[in-house]
Design a protein around this ligand. Structure first.
Ligand code: NAG
Ligand code: NAG
Ligand code: NAG
Length: 214
């Protein structure tokens, strides 16, 4: 109950003052969410501002699947424009499970972003829309600081659907000597209660797969 109240206050404060985000509020929101805290064991202190058409992501806000079908219209975070960053977007593994939270489904991965210009980075995995699940699994955005350029010819392209499950952010960060996460954000996706559960998930999954395969 206390946790819920704290979380709600944090959400209220962060949604009304999103541009003057206090670092501790971001880390606190990551720590307070029971599932997010299991996925990201080292919470970031700064916010990634993620805006989908018509809707801003603010530390646990709930978006509609239709709003997230395509990539956000803007992504920004405080960055040193002389440095390179890795940006990732993670969601529940397939099948979604609260028991192996350290493995995720990779929805988007960009390396070598100069500053916060993710559009100019190298796409390791193209944007794959999040899938609504009935249990409110979180979708998480993270940014890591690189020590130097990552040699993308040595990183397998993970855009193919079967390369995306079982992604470990900690393993990837370790292998590529990434520092952080230095910034983050997360959201949930509305689940359409009125359509039979399995059918809804299957529908969005199929749509997402077809989209990814072009
Ligand atoms: C990886 O594959 C995606 C989709 O085919 C492509 O858009 C992207 O440019 C590729 N990335 C690299 C680094 O080759
Ligand atoms: C990147 O890796 C490829 C393949 O291992 C290698 O041929 C190339 O020299 C490397 N590039 C840099 C800049 O290290
Ligand atoms: C993910 O890991 C599970 C458990 O180890 C395994 O059964 C499954 O085949 C893996 N999926 C992929 C796509 O590699």
């Amino acid at each position: 109950m206390n946790l819920l109240i704290t979380f709600t206050i944090v959400q209220l404060v962060t949604s009304s003052y999103a541009d003057t985000e206090s670092p501790s509020l971001v880390a606190q929101s990551f720590k307070n969410d029971p599932l997010v805290s299991k996925v990201v064991r080292n919470p970031p202190s700064a916010l990634i501002k993620v805006t989908y058409p018509g809707r801003k992501v603010s530390l646990g806000s709930r978006l509609e699947p239709a709003q997230t079908a395509g990539p956000p219209k803007s992504v920004s975070y405080e960055a040193d424009h002389e440095k390179l960053y890795t940006f990732m977007f993670l969601g529940p593994n397939l099948p979604p499970s609260g028991t192996v939270p350290l493995l995720q489904f990779l929805h988007w991965l960009i390396a070598n972003a100069p500053g916060d210009d993710v559009v100019k980075g190298d796409t390791i995995a193209s944007y794959f829309p999040p899938v609504p699940y009935p249990d409110g699994f979180p979708y998480i955005f993270l940014v890591f600081e690189q020590n130097g350029p990552l040699n993308t010819t040595q990183i397998p392209n993970m855009s193919f659907i079967l390369s995306r499950p079982n992604f470990s952010l900690e393993k990837f960060a370790m292998e590529h000597h990434l520092n952080g996460p230095i910034a983050g954000n997360f959201m949930e996706l509305s689940y359409l209660e009125f359509v039979p559960q399995v059918a809804t998930t299957a529908y969005y999954l199929l749509k997402a797969v077809l989209g990814a395969l072009g």
